[in-house]
Design a protein around this ligand. Structure first.
Ligand code: ADP
Ligand code: MG
Length: 726
């Protein structure tokens, strides 16, 4: 499709203008096999077993699995489902499914709808083409998917989807969900043990996650007409429109009607699937939007985000939109991220990162607050690695998203509290000191937080009153990655904390609260460098961070190195989250993905330059030449003066064409050299340092040409058309 065909299609769209909005609560979860449906379709025994599997992680035996499968099938058929699938998250970052019909033929030839415990619990997709980082050679051991009862099955269209993990026969995770579940188990154990210092009734701690998904919508015809958007998900060339986001007139502005119709259908679909979507608004950049749900248990929330992204693409398509999840689809306007709001909640209904009404509850808050800070300080580089990707590299550190240096923002008032705690004396506390602490330091926290409107948008990890918000996560990223690492490092920190507190109680004879104060005081002292409330975008911070010895891994290949460092291997091993083999494999898969992304971008860019941009420039040159020849006929020798602008244009265009041709050829050569390198690590480094720099240089010449060449000859839909047509 040419630019003008695409433009005319996009301008002639008709769309519904009626937004139907029934009561959401009426349809919430109707497509989910949740507790209500289980009550209806399962025996009491099966229901209890599923609940204890969810709560305590107990195994479900074959007999019960058969019963659950029978109930699920009955429900699914009653809802009109015809197929079932194990729904999983291979390391591609997306979700995968392979549908099987319930329909089956019995040995005697009769047909029936069949689905048993065997099909529910385990499947063996022929998934040899998914990345495995060398864990599973394609010709040997296969992988299998196994039911995750903690995330309820759901029906999408006519398929019953069963959330599963994907592991090799040798047990290693081939997905993002298995390590996440192990990390959630680790945080449950360690946080429960610590929470019991404050409340003996706590039996379980859940990590909670509330993501905020940013995205762009572009008319489908326009997106498909550009090879870069169609294949790389971002524009590789394109001169910024005269108007960008400088007026801030899009942020929280009126949502365009066509978009609103899309959103309301999307939200309705999400609601049926049990995704508790709540907020929607325009974001900073033109055509950029955000959607956020109410927070949920982290595993479920991760699944819901992945499901949302799938549903979103489909519904966008139906409304003739293409949804862009790329972190930086357009130069010159903000890219998209996915804030991960994180906290810990007990089965007794308490948010551990929220202060309470008693001194004990506030000490509990401080304990989890300070331990999180300490964990992030110790493992800052690992946490940074969890958001590393080729596409997020275009956004992080670009003064629109947090820098690549990890730091924590807690605001002035909480800083004051920590400063006071640091001054508490060592060992036993005097009664006066205890009273002072309880009344004037710890006791004041709830009030402080009530009006804690202190915000710092430049911080990668900010405390926002009752949760931490991780802001560097990319819009495309599977939240399982940052959530696995964050929960693992906090779990490890809490294990260490408990050991230290117990030692003080038993060996030094300190009271529990004294011991807690003593250990927290040390943590506050030793984790100071990670706390930063200033401007994270400024140059000064980079220098200051360097002095504080905080790492600044600016690119994904650099950031991913830490995954196989011996400190990381020891950590993941101790917490039982990932083995060394798995860490190596995950790192390799990430590096491979990095190379593939840049390879695709390089190829698409080469094609755009040689097959579209240069030919357009030649056409315009010809028009100019014809014009100059005509002027010469009329004016004779005097034409040089009259044709000066044209001659000048010819010269400028020629210079850019020459540069484009040379840079693109050099880029192709650099790619060839990188491809020839022996290890994936060297390839990724080489793509990063030797190939990627060409992209920007090529783009600059193309963007200059776009400004010089006649509009009707320019082959690609322009920024002003992409971002300002609805
Ligand atoms: P913003 O950060 O955009 O100003 P909010 O402060 O209202 O907005 O944060 C909203 C996000 O925080 C929501 O996505 C919500 O799900 C999430 N959130 C709120 N409480 C928690 C919690 N205890 N655990 C995890 N996420 C939470
Ligand atoms: Mg936010």
């Amino acid at each position: 499709m040419t630019r003008f065909e695409a433009l005319s299609q996009s301008r002639n769209r008709t769309y519904h203008t009626v937004v139907e909005e029934g009561r959401r609560s009426d349809v919430f979860g109707i497509h989910v096999f949740n507790e209500d449906k289980m009550l209806q379709f399962l025996t009491k025994e099966a229901l209890d077993k599923v609940k204890s599997a969810i709560f305590q992680g107990t195994k479900i035996d074959r007999k019960i699995a058969d019963q659950v499968a029978e109930g699920m099938k009955a429900w699914a058929l009653s809802m009109g489902a015809t197929h079932y699938t194990h729904w999983f998250q291979p390391l591609t970052g997306a979700t995968a499914e392979k549908h099987d019909a319930f329909f089956d033929i019995l040995p005697d030839g009769r047909a029936m709808e069949k689905f048993g415990g065997a099909q529910l619990v385990q499947q063996e997709p022929d998934a040899s083409s998914f990345p495995s980082g060398g864990i599973r050679n394609t010709f040997e051991a296969r992988g299998y998917t196994a039911w995750d009862p903690t995330s309820p099955a759901f029906i999408y269209k006519t398929t019953l989807c069963i959330p599963t993990i994907f592991v090799a026969y040798t047990g290693e995770a081939l997905d993002n969900k298995a390590p996440l579940l192990r990390a959630l188990h680790a945080i449950d154990e360690s946080a429960t043990a610590v929470a019991q210092y404050f409340d003996k009734n706590v039996r379980k701690v859940y990590a909670t996650l509330g993501w905020e998904q940013e995205y762009f919508l572009v008319d489908k015809a326009l997106a498909q007409s550009r090879p870069d958007l169609a294949m790389a998900g971002r524009t590789l060339v394109g001169s910024p429109a005269p108007k960008g986001q400088q007026l801030d007139d899009h942020y929280f502005g009126v949502i365009p009607n066509r978009v609103l119709v899309f959103m309301s259908e999307l939200e309705k679909e999400c609601t049926k699937l049990g995704i508790p979507v709540k907020t929607r608004h325009n974001e900073v950049a033109p055509n950029q939007f955000e959607l956020a749900p109410v927070h949920e248990e982290a595993n479920l929330s991760v699944d819901h985000n992945l499901l949302l992204m799938d549903v979103m693409e489909e519904i966008a398509d139906k409304h003739n939109f293409t949804v862009l999840f790329h972190e930086k689809p357009f130069a010159g306007v903000n890219g998209s991220g996915k804030h991960n709001n994180w906290s810990l909640a007990t089965d007794t209904g308490v948010n551990l990162l929220s202060p309470g009404s008693t001194p004990m509850k506030n000490l509990q808050f401080l304990t989890f607050f300070v331990n999180t800070i300490k964990a992030v300080d110790t493992y800052e580089e690992l946490l940074r690695s969890s958001i590393a990707s080729a596409s997020n590299d275009y956004r992080l550190g670009g003064n629109e998203a947090p820098p690549t240096i990890l730091s924590i923002f807690i605001g002035k008032q909480l800083t004051d509290v920590l400063d006071e705690l640091e001054g508490v004396s060592k060992g036993k506390l005097s009664p006066e000191e205890k009273t002072e602490l309880k009344l004037n330091v710890v006791g004041k926290i709830p009030e402080i937080l009530l009006d804690n409107t202190d915000r710092n948008r430049t911080s990668p990890f900010a405390f926002t009153g009752n949760k931490f918000e991780m802001r560097g996560v990319g819009a495309k990223t599977n939240c399982a990655k940052p959530m696995t690492i964050l929960n693992t490092i906090v779990a490890k920190q809490l294990v260490d904390f408990k050991k230290e507190v117990d030692a003080l109680i038993h060996k030094k004879n300190l009271k529990k609260d004294e011991a807690v104060f003593n250990v927290l005081r040390e943590y506050i002292k030793t984790s100071k460098r990670i706390r930063f409330d200033g401007d994270g975008y400024g140059r000064e911070w980079q220098e200051a961070a360097n002095r504080r010895k905080l790492r600044n891994n600016q690119t994904a290949p650099a950031a991913l190195q830490i995954l196989t460092d011996k400190t990381s291997v020891a950590l993941f091993d101790e917490m039982d989250v990932m083995s060394e083999v798995e860490l190596k494999a995950h790192q390799e898969v990430e590096l491979e993905a990095y190379v593939f992304h840049l390879q695709i971008e390089g190829r698409v860019l080469g094609e755009m330059v040689f097959n579209h941009i240069l030919p357009a420039a030649v056409r315009y040159q010809n028009q100019l030449l014809e014009n100059i020849r005509g002027l010469k006929e009329v004016y004779g020798a005097a034409h040089k003066k009259v044709a000066e602008p044209q001659l000048n244009l010819l010269e400028q265009i020629g210079e850019h064409m020459l540069a484009l041709k040379k840079l693109t050829t050099d880029m192709t050569e650099a790619r060839r050299r990188s491809n020839g390198l022996s290890t994936i690590n060297r390839k990724a480094q080489s793509y990063c340092n030797s190939v990627k720099p060409y992209f920007q240089q090529i783009r600059e010449h193309s963007d200059k040409l776009e400004k010089l060449i006649a509009d009707d000859l320019w082959p690609f839909v322009k920024y002003s058309e992409l971002l300002f047509t609805n």
